[in-house]
Design a protein around this ligand. Sequence first.
Ligand SMILES: [Fe+2]
Length: 200
Amino acid sequence: MRTSAVTLSSQHLPRNSRLPAEITERGVASALPTRLRPADLLRLTDEGAEDVLAGRYDHLLPEGGLWPTEERWATRLLADDEVDIWLISWVPDRSTELHDHAGSLGALTVLSGALSEFRWNGKELRGRTLSAGDQAAFPLGWVHDVVRAPGPIAGPADPTLSVHAYSPPLSAMSYYEVTGHGTLRRSRTVLTDQPEGPVK
Ligand SMILES: [Fe+2]
């Protein structure tokens, strides 16, 4: 298991102080619940996107390449004890609502189309557009709302697609409201393994 680069030395402690053996001997263990880093998740979503574009997951995709146009849709590309990887297709006006990913780190790569993300920066929601080829990582505590970016749609063969990774695998999400005095209020927490919330 990877350990923190920070190590403590007993010579900096007051005399008679003692550090637990597991700290002095092995360094300070990571406090994160996964050994994967955001950079690892970004790489996994990039590889997943490449595999989707190369046709390696065609057997998991909608029949005839006709993507759902009314509801978000997702399929799990990979799952193990450390990470869950999903392909999501996005439709207009079906936002995720403002949420976090509980105890999971996350990342995404956009394959086609574009997403609008509104992220809570501690004071307000800050919007950005993530277009095909763009990536984003979600450290613990990241609160955002995601929706297909506005724009013309050529039909069910014109999807907005993104690959997402969560580590540890997503098991819960909390939802939030922005209050009238510029703070977040957590409105509910749900147990779920569905990427970015319920999908069809
Ligand atoms: Fe999210």
